[in-house]
Ligand binder design. Structure first.
Ligand code: FE2
Length: 376
């Protein structure tokens, strides 16, 4: 299909030079971390597990760690009007600063990636408190986003040195979120392959074979996407770039309002998408809707599924099938006033795909929202 470059190569080194245990956490820079934390606790049901700020001896910022299952978010706000955190928020609004990756050796991760061309943001550092020690190091990726390598094998505290544990959370109403399935980055026009190559050459990732890159419908999506995954498949990063379509690309809208490349969505897994989405809706999370006709055509398209189609239709949950099984997914509206970051809730029943069969219905739903914002 025109515009989709062939994958440069599939060669992987024999030995994984960047072994990852998984996603450690995702750190956001936000205008008001206290209120953002309340949103994630009350709406997404996460629990406040740790905090640092002036009361714990950190003078320049406050950070709230909220978690559910293995999903762990850190909401950080600067306490001073100037500086890099404040600049980040002025430019991007609330958004993801760091995708932190859990490693056994942060210094080796930093050394191997910088040796292959990664740019250092923070050199390896050792952090200590009464619970032990942890090491971190950070490298730059797309836009102002960074990867932080976190080594915590000698640390037993609530999060990282300097944070104190938060008490039992009386606000949190868990909804069954398990772990991060994938995190998607939006990059600029014509930059997708550059970042695919970065993840391949600098991070040792490979093209995730199960993504339908040749079938992606640019007519409806106005985007191109490739999924990169690390050696053990625990970390998956689809990379999107805008494409010329019938209408203004949703990726272009993101780039405009985010002020450049950044994280577009975070997909969180559940074993019970109907239960999870029902509770999220009751707690105020807003989801994209597809037309009712989607469900009339559903069984013909995906065959027999365990979930009652009426419930899926009520909640707006989408279904797709491939050779390996099926998957259910739904997308929130952006969670900021800028049309930037949103979330996906996903339940996999054998399928490792990303929902290609839903692109048409989904992207039409996104376009309706873009039109309401006057950005189409
Ligand atoms: Fe996704």
């Amino acid at each position: 299909m025109p515009g989709i470059a062939e994958t440069p190569n599939q060669v992987r080194s024999e030995q994984d030079f960047l072994p990852l245990n998984g996603t450690d956490h995702v750190e956001f820079y936000v205008g008001n971390a206290r209120q953002a934390a309340y949103y994630y606790r009350a709406a997404f049901g996460m629990s406040l597990v740790a905090y640092r700020g002036p009361e714990t001896g950190t003078r320049d910022r406050a950070s709230y760690v909220v978690a559910q299952g293995k999903v762990r978010l850190v909401l950080t706000t600067p306490l001073e009007p100037g500086g890099t955190m404040a600049d980040h928020i002025r430019r991007h609004g609330d958004g993801v600063k760091a995708i932190a990756l859990w490693v056994d050796d942060a210094e080796a991760a930093w050394r191997e990636t910088t040796r292959r061309g990664a740019v250092t943001v923070e050199e390896p550092a050792l952090w200590k408190d009464e619970h032990g020690e942890a090491r971190t190091a950070s490298i730059a990726v797309y836009g102002d986003t960074i990867h932080t390598f976190v080594e915590r094998k000698n640390y037993a505290g609530p999060f990282l040195p300097g944070y104190r544990a938060a008490g039992p959370d009386t606000v949190a109403r868990p909804v069954g979120l398990l772990h991060i399935d994938h995190m998607v980055g939006n990059v600029g026009w014509g930059e997708m392959n550059r970042w695919v190559e970065f993840y391949r050459d600098v991070m040792g990732f490979g093209l995730y074979q199960h993504f339908d890159d040749r079938d992606i419908s640019t007519e409806y999506s106005a985007l191109m996407s490739k999924v990169m995954a690390n050696g053990n498949g625990r970390v998956k990063f689809p990379i999107n770039e805008p494409a010329e379509g019938r209408k203004k690309s949703q990726i272009e809208e993101y780039l405009e309002f985010y002020g450049g490349p950044g994280v577009q969505h975070i997909a969180m897994a559940t074993h019970d998408i109907i239960g999870t989405v029902s509770r999220l809706r009751d707690q105020g999370v807003e989801f994209l809707r597809v037309p009712g006709t989607y469900y009339e055509e559903l069984q013909g398209r995906v065959g027999k599924i365990e979930e009652p189609v009426e419930r899926l239709a009520e909640l707006g949950i989408l279904v797709d099938r491939d050779e390996e099984g099926y998957m259910l997914q739904i997308f929130t509206r952006p969670v900021e006033d800028r049309p930037t970051l949103f979330y996906e809730i996903i339940e996999r029943k054998g399928s490792r795909s990303f929902g290609k069969g839903n692109f048409k219905a989904l992207f039409e739903a996104i376009e309706r929202e873009q039109a309401l914002r006057g950005n189409l």
